[in-house]
Write a protein that binds this ligand. Structure first.
Ligand code: AMP
Ligand code: MG
Length: 332
């Protein structure tokens, strides 16, 4: 009698477990990497159906490649290359117009600290190439002729350059936009938990699971393979601009890739800036802008953009952060 009751109880437990296994969707994790946007882009996505994950992740990579083809200055038929060569008002794709509109807002709010017309200056320094060059004052003054927050005007999709020789460069914002688009595609396919990471510029869909937020390390600008702090985030974007990302050194001086448009030289007011926002395009633009402006004006800039938080590490290694940022951070 007793043993048949035990047998019945055991059977019931097994039946419940089998039932749970069938009814509750098991969560799969898919992790894929591709070389895009001049970096390794990694997408991690979670969901109950592996086929849906595969299809969505591959669509997200294609979308990033499509945006790169519109906005890379190195692709001859891109909007950016053709706009740089244009001598007349030029019609760009709606996506490029969207990026330019956001960039112009940040350019104006940062009083030109953020500047999408530094294409000639970037070519002149050739940072990241095999032959970087420290320009003369005369070369800098030619490269900076006509640049500034009013150098481009946008009317719908029509872009007019104030000077036809201006070269447009979306290097400080396009990567963020591309990963926003990738995240949008994943969301449209019903994916609720995912991260899209383009060399440290990250968009997060949901948390890592419905119970856990994502943990994102902030690199130490002095020792980039170490982290100084970690952010706990869900459903947000986080982007860092740092002087350690692309640079060359000469006579013990570091020349990096984020220029102060006022001098034509690499900005010296910050070592790294991390921005948290609802979109990676905005976080990307604000990280570059705040880097150039430095701690005081950089944090003031963030107050013009609701729901943005930031951490600025200055040249002395001091931390400057918005009050909201401290609630997201844990220090190492
Ligand atoms: P990020 O890594 O997002 O800070 O962007 C740096 C890239 O943006 C550089 O490689 C340049 O292509 C471009 N850039 C450099 N200085 C500026 C600036 N002051 N405003 C806007 N874009 C810039
Ligand atoms: Mg940027």
């Amino acid at each position: 009698m007793r043993s048949s009751r035990i047998r019945f109880a055991l059977l019931a437990v097994v039946a419940i477990m089998v039932g749970l296994f069938v009814l509750l969707p098991t969560s799969h994790q898919l992790r894929r990497q591709q070389l895009l946007l001049g970096t390794v882009v990694e997408i991690v996505a979670f969901g109950p159906d592996l086929d849906i994950l595969e299809e969505a992740v591959s669509a997200a990579f294609s979308e990033i490649a499509r945006i790169e083809h519109l906005m890379s200055p190195h692709i001859a038929e891109s909007d950016v290359a053709r706009l740089s060569a244009a001598t007349e008002p030029f019609a760009v794709a709606p996506e490029t117009a969207e990026v330019l509109a956001l960039g112009l807002r940040v350019a104006k709010a940062s009083r030109g600290g953020f500047d999408m017309t530094l294409g000639r200056l970037k070519q002149l320094w050739a940072i990241g190439s095999s032959a970087p060059h420290i320009p003369t004052p005369a070369e800098i003054s030619v490269a900076l002729t006509g640049v500034g927050p009013d150098a481009l005007t946008l009317n719908g999709q029509i872009v007019t350059k104030k000077n036809s020789h201006l070269a447009v460069d979306l290097g400080a914002i396009a990567k963020g936009y591309a990963i926003d688009r990738a995240a949008l595609l994943l969301r449209q396919r019903g994916i609720k938990h995912a991260s899209v990471n383009a060399g440290g510029d990250i968009v997060l869909l949901g948390g890592k699971s419905s119970k856990e937020r994502w943990l994102i390390g902030i690199q130490d600008p002095l020792e980039p393979d170490k982290t100084v702090a970690a952010l706990k985030l869900a459903d947000r974007a986080v982007v860092t601009s740092g002087d350690y990302e692309r640079f060359f050194e000469r006579n013990g001086v570091r020349y990096h890739h984020i220029f102060d448009p006022a001098s034509g030289f690499p900005g010296r007011r910050s070592r790294s800036v991390t921005i948290v926002a609802d979109s990676a395009a905005l976080a990307d633009a604000l990280a570059t802008a705040a880097f150039v402006l430095g701690p005081e004006a950089g944090l003031a800039l963030l107050s013009d953009f609701p729901a943005t938080e930031g951490l600025i590490i200055d040249p002395a290694g001091e931390f400057h952060l918005t009050p909201g940022m401290s609630t997201l951070l844990s220090w190492h």
